[in-house]
Design a protein around this ligand. Structure first.
Ligand code: C5P
Length: 323
């Protein structure tokens, strides 16, 4: 289909979307829920090397570490894991993973047979409630890290406290603060309440590595997308997928991203583990997904064939590129 072709070329734009998705985008731009005001540049012709260096230089992996109010007053400095997430970021003196797989939750990964290949990486990143059980052939069995949005923590239907998919792995949660980074406001009214469940979980599982991404980092990632896009993108945080890819570029020497840019298997099936169809899952409504995907596609150092056949993008880790 035409839009998939444009995703393969890294040249998709909002005019190529259905009227319904275009309208949804406009509505989010008008609502501007997080009070985004972007004054920066929009430069669209950067080469892959320039893009990689921009990502490396302008995204500082960071978590809520208890050094700022209101978290400092609440004693979070001694409450968050003592081993920081930056321990895997070579730019910050850490020791990175050698090879990593990032597994999108898209329906198109079904019947891919990629499970074994995915499991062969040193670390595997998955998202939100995406299971492996029952889908091993296509998505693998190994999970090292899970990036979870605040709905996973806040909505009882996800059984965050009891489900085995959140156990014995590293957890990285996120929720958008206002663009102005007022952390008091954020703490008082997050999008979905993640702070209560986070505190509870830290108390009960002190040994589990569980972090909350700093909202500054999320908006840095958003600015990286807008600064490389001519059109005005949705003023909402990037998808968990984009957040996960950039996080792994900081923590890994090399990564493979699966079915984020859709392969030839592209389908409107939203998630491989759910019987729900909506093109917005792949092309975006709330999240600036088409623009994120253009950007990732433009940095791909893997082959055209791997992209189309496997839905696989190859990216160098930040530690391996010299700028
Ligand atoms: O829906 P959810 O956010 O849990 O999915 C994880 C990530 O996988 C998304 O944030 C998005 O980046 C990616 N995804 C996609 N296409 C889909 C479903 C998910 O690119 N159809």
């Amino acid at each position: 289909d035409f839009v998939v072709q444009q995703l393969w070329k890294g040249t998709v734009s909002s005019g190529m979307l259905s009227p319904r998705l275009r309208q949804a985008m406009k509505d989010y731009i008008n609502a501007n829920k997080h009070h985004v005001s972007y004054q920066g540049h929009r430069k669209v012709a950067r080469s892959a090397d320039k893009l990689l260096c921009q990502m490396k230089n302008q995204s500082q992996l960071r978590t809520v570490d208890g050094s700022e109010k209101p978290f400092s007053s609440l004693g979070w400095a001694n409450f968050v894991p003592s081993k920081p997430l930056q321990s895997w970021d070579k730019r910050q003196g850490g020791k990175s993973f050698k090879t990593c797989a990032v597994v999108s939750s898209a329906g198109a990964i079904l019947h891919s047979g990629l499970g074994e290949e995915i499991d062969s990486h040193e670390a595997v990143l998955r998202f939100n409630a995406a299971p492996t059980e029952g889908y091993e052939q296509d998505v693998g069995t190994k999970t090292t890290i899970r990036i979870i949005n605040s709905q996973i923590l806040a909505n009882p239907k996800h059984e965050f406290n009891t489900s085995s998919i959140y156990k014995n792995i590293m957890l990285v949660a996120w929720d958008p603060a206002p663009y102005t980074l007022n952390l008091d406001k954020w703490f008082a009214s997050p999008d979905y309440d993640l702070f209560g469940p986070y505190v509870e979980h830290r108390k009960n599982h002190a040994d589990q590595l569980f972090y909350i991404l700093h909202p500054k980092y999320l908006w840095q990632l958003w600015e990286l997308i807008q600064s490389n896009t001519q059109e005005t993108i949705q003023p909402n945080p990037p998808s968990s997928g984009f957040i996960g890819i950039l996080t792994m570029m900081a923590m890994c020497d090399k990564l493979h991203v699966y079915e984020y840019i859709p392969s030839k298997r592209q389908t409107d099936l939203c998630h491989y583990h759910e019987n729900y169809y909506d093109a917005a899952c792949t092309l975006g409504a709330y999240h600036p997904l088409i623009y994120e995907k253009n950007l990732i596609r433009r940095m791909n150092v893997g082959s055209e064939r791997d992209l189309r056949q496997k839905g696989r993008v190859t990216l160098p880790g930040f530690s391996t590129i010299s700028c």
